[in-house]
Design a protein around this ligand. Structure first.
Ligand SMILES: C=C(O[C@@H]1C=C(C(=O)O)C=C[C@H]1O)C(=O)O
Length: 111
């Protein structure tokens, strides 16, 4: 990912104006971070909601909460996506490990 596409918030490389990140002020760049941080939390909420739905389906089918094979696939994809976007794969995997644990705790509490 280029520095330009990292700061437009929608990943398409087109900021609201034509300035490069170097031409933006510290406050403007921090506003970009604020928007991105909100989107990250929104995506976590969406992921948690879908995982809750999966938990309900599993409950109806008498399946256990944890699916280690699926977790391995999620972790593998996280590593691949990290490489594609040139970020540290181990750190991204650590984040996904936490997201998986978050879901499993929620699922155990609601069953
Ligand atoms: C959401 C699921 O349930 C659990 C949570 C997972 C996740 O957060 O990605 C993956 C596997 C399961 O241990 C699922 O089975 O897909």
């Amino acid at each position: 990912m280029t520095r330009e596409s990292a700061t437009d918030g929608d990943g398409n490389g087109t900021a609201a104006d034509d300035r490069t990140p170097d031409e933006m002020s510290l406050d403007e760049l921090r506003e970009e971070i604020q928007t991105i941080d909100r989107e990250i939390v929104e995506l976590i909420a969406q992921r948690t909601y879908v995982a809750d739905t999966i938990a309900q389906v599993k409950d109806e089918q008498g399946l256990p909460t944890t699916d280690e094979k699926q977790e391995q696939q999620v972790m593998e994809r996280a590593g691949e996506n990290a490489e594609q976007f040139d970020v540290d794969a181990n750190l991204v995997k650590a984040i996904f490990r936490l997201l998986i644990e978050l879901n499993k705790v929620e699922q155990r509490e609601s069953r």
